[in-house]
Design a protein around this ligand. Structure first.
Ligand SMILES: *[C@@H]1O[C@H](CO)[C@@H](O)[C@H](O)[C@H]1NC(C)=O
Ligand SMILES: *[C@@H]1O[C@H](CO)[C@@H](O)[C@H](O)[C@H]1NC(C)=O
Ligand SMILES: *[C@@H]1O[C@H](CO)[C@@H](O)[C@H](O)[C@H]1NC(C)=O
Ligand SMILES: *[C@@H]1O[C@H](CO)[C@@H](O)[C@H](O)[C@H]1NC(C)=O
Ligand SMILES: *[C@@H]1O[C@H](CO)[C@@H](O)[C@H](O)[C@H]1NC(C)=O
Ligand SMILES: *[C@@H]1O[C@H](CO)[C@@H](O)[C@H](O)[C@H]1NC(C)=O
Length: 686
């Protein structure tokens, strides 16, 4: 289990080794290979900044299960595997107890292991599931889901009580969220004392004294709460007590002493909207966070605030910046913040001077995330369309970036991974609209290829220059023989707030115009696209747009609509986050003045026009857009005698999370779009 060494790898820039020329790398990125790629978790830097822990997960198709294990990499790129790789088992939550000793969670027990020791010893065996564990000298801080004010033991006992019936009864409309029906159990922040590497005494509920604590949206992760280095205070974001409604979004940022000696203190007092991404300075005195100022809007501009924990004073940083940071990390000296910022279809790292708000980019292409301090430098996760996620080190003084890992280098050795080519055209409102295009293997410009238009969800998100493991990786479509096209239509993030906000009351307007104009532009520029063999695919908002396309044009041979929307008014009645339609459609659908906004771009209003063969896909536990939204247009097309197929997942939510389901998803989608475009796939589908 230890001593498994990889050959040291220290590569310059973005792993050019996996994106070599198509002629040499002609093996397609097929569905099985794509799902067997290694996925890297968040980097965890050792206290002496010489090593980085990370999880590595992979799916083993023949065994029908996944394994997640922990590795350590040093600054020369030498990797050692620290826990076993066992099918169906997860070794997660890697942390450092000191520079020679690590900790991890396995089967809900926290273990401790010296880097040079063979065996791990148990530190903590909690009675209910815990997550997001962090260690500070003498104390663990973690998240557990408990009944109001109950201890872990009381929660375990209450959860074990058997009822004869299964009724859930509600008096308020916040009855479910994402894929869960509400229960009284809520994720809560706890701390517990450690002595001689054993837990002593009872766990302290750090939220116990938060008045009327009510946040059905609580989903703690390592990024949503944080503990200062000294182990004095924790910071977290949670809905403010007076604001528990499904049509509002006021989320405050709080700090609380980790020993539970005092009650949580609201630092963002007087500021409405969603707070996120709290980050302590190295000395624990300052807390930076991100804030959307509008209430009841989840895609407003995120701005940086810095709070002084001593005086309670709060200052605005760089509020003139027309970009939304997504995460923050303080520099060691507390002079600047490192922010990941969605920027014109990339996720770049910026350094922001706290005093002046001046900022400059440290990366300018691809997709960065999970930035961590490594002494004076940074480590981060980095990918782009032609290279999967790896851990990179960014030298602050020179701006140079090196990959420390290359976990998929071997698997992708002879595989074609196309680069993303970007293009721009004049779209709706006369604005410039940006997109990405990926070509198939052995591309020959004198031939004609079918085109797959991949439409992103959100809608206030964007297609980034990144390598994703979800259903929308353009390279899987390119390897199947399609020109893969992604257009960042009006409403997309990363092009400034005006561009993002412009989709309000324009759902089927500007974005539809952009998509059609973008395809017209590509057809006029490139002879290699067969305009008679185009398909369009999308999920969530993308699935809505596919349904809208079905009502507006016959230019596509086939469509794929995943977790989409068919009836805009009925969506308001059944979704859980009411602020979302109320913001984008300008109010409630039973207000006669607002109703027209719900009808204007409502695909159901145009049902008579639907005529393109469509594969509909939906998950039973999708409470954002319920399964009726796909059942209805499926019924419509089949009743009209038009080819349609419904693929239903009884165990999925708004995403396709199980890898076996994702394999089936891609299989059926490629089967559908290749059949209607007469495309011969370069490999056999199961
Ligand atoms: C594959 O794994 C899933 C999830 O663990 C399980 O529900 C399913 O029965 C398994 N199928 C087979 C054929 O082993
Ligand atoms: C480590 O664990 C294995 C299996 O549980 C045991 O056989 C071995 O003696 C242990 N080694 C040490 C050094 O404790
Ligand atoms: C939890 O305890 C606090 C402090 O004793 C109290 O103010 C609060 O009302 C309790 N909450 C519930 C749901 O019982
Ligand atoms: C947003 O852009 C549009 C089109 O360029 C312009 O008409 C409008 O005034 C802009 N709005 C803001 C708030 O800048
Ligand atoms: C039906 O499609 C035509 C174009 O093919 C479009 O002009 C018309 O507006 C559509 N009908 C509705 C109700 O949207
Ligand atoms: C596919 O091939 C069939 C039979 O040759 C032909 O009738 C049909 O028009 C073709 N479809 C497309 C989209 O090229």
């Amino acid at each position: 289990m230890h001593g498994y060494l990889c050959i040291g790898i220290y590569l310059l820039q973005a792993l050019t080794c996996v994106s070599a020329s198509p002629s040499r790398n002609s093996q397609p990125l097929d569905i099985r290979l794509f799902h067997s790629l290694n996925r890297i978790g968040l980097p965890v830097v050792s206290p002496d900044a010489t090593k980085v822990l990370f999880t590595q997960a992979r799916y083993i198709h023949d065994d029908n299960n996944s394994e997640t294990f922990i590795n350590v990499v040093d600054l020369a790129g030498e990797i050692e595997q620290l826990t076993p790789a066992k099918g169906g088992e997860t070794y997660g939550n890697p942390l450092w107890f000191d520079k020679e000793t690590i900790g991890f969670l396995h089967k809900n027990k926290l273990y401790r292991r010296g880097l040079d020791e063979a065996n791990a010893t148990t530190v903590y065996s909690p009675v209910i599931d815990i997550s997001s564990v962090s260690y500070r000298p003498g104390r663990l801080v973690f998240v557990a889901s408990v009944y109001p004010n109950a201890t872990l033991v009381q929660t375990k006992d209450l959860a074990a009580v058997k009822k004869r019936d299964s009724a859930l009864i509600y008096d308020n409309i916040w009855v479910r969220h994402w894929d869960e029906w509400m229960s009284l159990r809520k994720p809560t922040l706890f701390s517990v004392k450690l002595e001689d590497w054993k837990v002593v005494g009872k766990e302290t509920n750090l939220l116990q004294n938060l008045p009327a604590f009510h946040d059905p949206l609580l989903r703690w992760s390592l990024d949503e709460h944080t503990v200062d280095r000294q182990g004095r205070n924790a910071a977290f974001t949670v809905r403010t007590p007076e604001d528990g409604q499904s049509w509002t979004t006021n989320v405050g940022v709080y700090t609380v002493p980790v020993d539970g000696a005092d009650k949580p203190r609201l630092l963002s007092s007087g500021i409405e909207g969603i707070s996120s991404a709290p980050a302590f300075s190295a000395d624990g005195r300052w807390l930076a966070w991100l804030q959307i100022k509008e209430s009841a809007y989840e895609s407003g501009q995120k701005r940086i605030y810095v709070g002084d924990l001593v005086s309670g004073k709060v200052a605005a940083v760089a509020h003139d910046w027309d970009r939304s940071p997504q995460s923050l990390v303080w520099s060691q000296d507390g002079i600047s913040l490192y922010a990941v910022v969605a920027d014109s279809g990339n996720n770049n790292v910026y350094v922001v001077d706290v005093e002046s708000g001046r900022r400059k980019p440290l990366t300018d292409t691809g997709s960065a995330s999970a930035v961590r301090l490594l002494g004076k430098d940074l480590v981060l996760l980095q990918s782009n369309t032609d290279s999967p996620v790896d851990i990179h080190r960014l030298d602050i003084s020179t701006g140079e970036r090196h990959a420390l890992t290359a976990v998929n280098q071997k698997a992708l050795k002879n595989v074609y991974i196309g680069s993303a080519e970007d293009f721009s055209f004049t779209g709706a409102r006369g604005d410039q609209v940006h997109g990405w295009l990926v070509k198939p293997p052995s591309f020959d410009p004198s031939k004609q290829y079918p085109l797959a238009c991949l439409i992103h969800g959100g809608p206030q998100q964007c297609n980034t220059h990144s390598f994703g493991h979800s259903q929308w990786n353009p390279n899987v479509y390119a390897s199947a023989g399609f020109i893969a096209v992604q257009i960042n239509f009006h409403g997309s993030s990363s092009y400034g707030q005006n561009f993002t906000d412009s989709i309000q009351q324009q759902w089927g307007g500007y974005p539809y115009e952009d998509l059609m104009k973008g395809l017209d532009y590509l057809l006029s520029e490139h002879g290699f696209i067969d305009g008679n063999r185009m398909v369009a695919l999308g999920a969530s908002y993308g699935g809505y747009m596919v349904n809208w396309i079905n009502a507006q044009t016959t230019r596509f041979r086939a469509l794929v609509s995943h977790d989409g929307m068919f009836s805009v008014p009925s969506f308001w009645y059944s979704t859980e986050e009411l602020w979302f339609p109320e913001h984008d459609f300008g109010g409630v659908p039973f207000d006669p003045n607002v109703r027209p906004h719900y009808e204007l771009f409502n695909p159901e209003r145009c049902a008579a026009n639907f005529s393109t063969p469509t594969l509909f896909i939906h998950g039973a536990n999708d409470f954002r857009l319920t399964a009726d939204q796909s059942l209805a247009p499926f019924t419509l097309l089949r009743r009209k005698g038009i080819p349609a197929r419904l693929m239903f997942f009884p165990d999925e939510n708004h995403w396709t999370s199980r890898t076996a389901n994702s394999v089936r998803w891609y299989t059926e989608v490629l089967r559908w779009i290749s059949a209607f475009t007469n495309t011969t796939l370069p490999y056999a589908l199961d």
